[in-house]
Design a protein around this ligand. Structure first.
Ligand code: SF4
Ligand code: SF4
Length: 507
């Protein structure tokens, strides 16, 4: 791997609050989206002449639509409780990466144009005109937030910086400066069906190759079916599961679980993506367009259950938004939503996370596992932000923390958690979420991974952990790339269903 052109932070024993270094990350500007991408998304492709008026108008529109945004901009008392809670501040020492400072980038403009005090006495209330310099700061620092929501856990008012970041990005798109990485992906998923832009025939070839590999390895003809009408389960999984390492090992794991349990299942070439970057951009219309492909596929294939593979933000969208976006599960009163609700089997959660499905099968004795095959591993688990802080699993509070751990412990004999305060609802982001998983943001990604790398290093030193188990495609891609910068071997990164796939008995 080429040497980084920035300093890699030093791993220390503890996660330390750094001394402030004003503006050290101001140079970071993610690549803007080119014309073709912006055109497809319906946004201008360069900064429009009347950008200021349009930005203020869009802010007003968002404030009217989302009451939470207004509450978050009004409620902050600058108590400081969130200041040292963001991994990007801890890793970069730039004070504008403190959550409250990130919010203030928008709050100062909000006060100027939308509050009586800010209109009359701007200086007294910290209100500022929207200038090009401020817009540039938005572009820089709203792309140094992974929308992980860790700061909101520590805010006494529950202010969610992620929602402010989403609004910031939506306004930036609206005036013509969208992000290349996220908008390109949103184009591919809407045109082709997945974030990687893989056409159906390429997927079919890949699945056939994987079937051959599994049979050569196990002697069992485990299938990875595509577009099978009448299958019980439609599996919606991140497209990285088809091609990337270590993701593909989890896809093999899901296939083995379905085979062992005798559950008929299928993937869809039309909806071959669980990820939904519409969430990251704060554009609910785009998020709905992406989600609708899944509803269409479920109706077309006649599936009775919809199960979601290992992808953090996809599970958040599925769990928290699919019902109102698409009528999957419940919600939605258009004819297609009603038809789908009749079609789906009410005896299962709709949608259901693959970890919950597999864990239930093991607990009910419907599949057998042998954890001793994983005895070479000492495992720890990283809670993905969007699962931990923006969704649930199972029927009990905290199921999103317990079910993956229960499942891991069923298939391995050696497990150790990282330190309290770095896991569960206080989990540190991998550093690559929220649309930041792009090489042009590598400095942000590496530095933002510092708190997680510190906690991981400690559990490695104390318990000789050699496997970091994950249920998120972005976390897998991020950690395989950045953990080597901190001296870890990338082969320690893997999926929970990678461990399951090794342990499940196929006879
Ligand atoms: S990256 Fe996470 S902790 Fe940091 S400001 Fe954004 S939502 Fe808050
Ligand atoms: S913790 Fe909440 S109220 Fe306190 S400074 Fe941060 S956002 Fe504002």
């Amino acid at each position: 791997m080429a040497a980084a052109d920035f300093d890699i932070p030093e791993l220390k024993d503890d996660i330390e609050v750094p001394k402030l270094r004003e503006g050290v990350m101001a140079h970071v500007k993610t690549f803007p989206a080119p014309k073709a991408v912006q055109d497809f998304m319906g946004y201008p492709h360069e900064l429009v002449e009347d950008w200021k008026e349009r930005a203020i108008e869009k802010m007003g529109d968002l404030l009217g639509k989302y009451r939470s945004l207004k509450v978050f901009l009004d409620a902050c008392v600058h108590c400081g409780a969130c200041t040292d809670k963001c991994h990007y501040y801890l890793g970069t020492s730039d004070p504008k990466n403190m959550p409250v400072a990130r919010q203030d980038l928008m709050r100062q403009v909000y006060r100027r144009y939308f509050t009586p005090a800010g209109k009359l006495f701007p200086k007294l209330v910290g209100a500022k005109d929207l200038t090009k310099d401020i817009l540039d700061e938005w572009y820089s620092y709203y792309h140094q937030c992974s929308e992980c929501r860790r700061c909101s856990v520590f805010c006494p008012y529950g202010i969610d910086t992620a929602e402010i970041t989403m609004a910031g990005r939506e306004i930036l798109n609206h005036v013509g400066i969208g992000q290349k990485y996220s908008n390109e992906i949103l184009g591919k998923v809407q045109k082709i069906g997945n974030n990687l832009g893989l056409p159906g025939p390429a997927l079919e070839d890949t699945l056939a190759g994987l079937e051959e590999d599994i049979e050569a390895d196990t002697g069992v003809p485990v299938k990875l079916p595509m577009d099978v009408k009448g299958a019980e389960v439609l599996l919606i999984t991140p497209s990285a599961d088809f091609f990337s390492e270590p993701h593909v090992e989890s896809l093999i794991g899901y296939a083995k679980v379905f085979h062992a349990a005798g559950i008929s299942w299928t993937l869809s070439s039309y909806a071959s993506e669980a990820g939904n970057f519409g969430l990251f951009n704060g554009n609910y219309e785009t998020m709905r367009n992406v989600a609708m492909r899944i509803r269409d596929a479920a109706l077309e294939l006649g599936a009775k259950r919809i199960v979601v593979g290992e992808c953090g933000h996809a599970w958040r969208v599925a769990y928290s938004f699919w019902n109102t976006l698409t009528g999957i599960g419940y919600g939605g009163d258009d004819p297609f939503s009603i038809e789908l609700q009749k079609q789906l089997d009410p005896s299962y959660p709709q949608p259901q996370h693959i970890c919950e499905l597999t864990n239930d099968l093991i607990k009910q004795g419907k599949i057998q596992v042998d954890p001793s095959v994983n005895d070479e591993f000492v495992v720890t688990y990283h809670d993905s932000c969007n699962v931990a802080r923006a969704s649930r699993m199972g029927t009990e509070p905290g199921g999103q923390f317990e079910i993956p751990r229960e499942l891991i412990k069923a298939v391995v004999n050696n497990y150790h958690d990282m330190a309290d305060g770095t896991i569960r609802e206080a989990t540190f982001c991998c550093g690559g979420g929220g649309g930041l998983l792009t090489d042009d943001l590598m400095e942000v990604r590496v530095k933002g991974a510092l708190p997680r790398a510190t906690a991981l290093n400690n559990v490695v030193k104390e318990h000789q952990v050699n496997f970091l188990a994950l249920i998120c495609a972005i976390c897998k891609a991020q950690f395989t790339k950045v953990l080597p910068k901190y001296g870890f071997d990338m082969s320690m990164v893997g999926g929970v269903h990678q461990l399951v796939g090794r342990a499940v008995k196929l006879d």
